[in-house]
Design a protein around this ligand. Structure first.
Ligand code: 5GP
Length: 197
């Protein structure tokens, strides 16, 4: 019985790319899925409003506060976090259930969510912290993003500075000095985790 369970669990392959907002996580996850097309991107649930080019069901499942609360009370989320005051993000159990050796799951997730997954799936998850070259570089990146209001930008900056302290608690760290190098390094880490190197 125990053996059966461990075999079943060993089939999960969950890769979480984490780090401060503005560190380049989403560019890196996009780059990595091009290099490693067998990875499936886990589409999160969020109460944030879609940005101009974002598609519902592809970038996120955009839901109302009420719908999010319902998903939480129905136990549908493997983890969730109020990443910014009043704005929630979460990972569906159904997304993680699909993660397997043939179809590893790639997540772009905040540090607290990544810590939770690391604790829930020890040995079946790889957590990679994307570190910006410096706090100043991170601030400059966040300010360049014209998508946020001043209020939202302030919240993101504050949160990002806090998140920088988590650098040493994950399985690996990639410094995002150059996007191309960071994508290549992240892909190498994933290949060796999946045993394909
Ligand atoms: P953004 O609004 O810029 O798309 O994402 C804001 C933050 O929420 C990022 O740090 C992103 O990684 C994180 N995030 C996205 N999806 C999830 C999720 O399902 N769970 C958690 N905990 N964080 C998420």
């Amino acid at each position: 019985m125990r053996l059966e369970r461990s075999r079943r669990m060993a089939q999960h392959r969950i890769i979480a790319v984490t780090g401060p907002s503005g560190a380049g996580k989403s560019s890196i996850t996009h780059g990595v899925t091009t290099l490693l097309p067998q990875l499936r991107f886990s589409v999160s649930i969020t109460t944030r409003k879609p940005r101009a080019l974002e598609q519902n069901g592809k970038d996120y499942h955009f839901v109302s506060d009420e719908e999010f609360r319902q998903l939480v009370s129905d136990g549908k989320l493997a983890e969730y976090e109020e990443v910014y005051p009043g704005t929630f993000y979460g990972t569906l159990h159904t997304e993680l259930a699909r993660a397997s050796g043939e179809q590893p799951m790639l997540l772009d997730i905040d540090v607290k969510g990544a810590l939770r997954l690391q604790a829930s799936y020890p040995g079946e998850s790889l957590t990679i912290f994307i570190q910006p070259p410096s706090v100043e570089a991170l601030q400059a990146r966040l300010r360049q993003r014209a998508t946020e209001s001043t209020e939202s930008m302030r919240a993101r900056l504050q949160r990002a500075e806090e998140e920088m302290h988590y650098v040493n608690v994950f399985n690996a760290v990639v410094v995002n000095n150059s996007l191309e190098r960071a994508v290549a390094e992240t892909a190498d880490l994933i290949r060796s985790f999946l045993g394909t190197q």
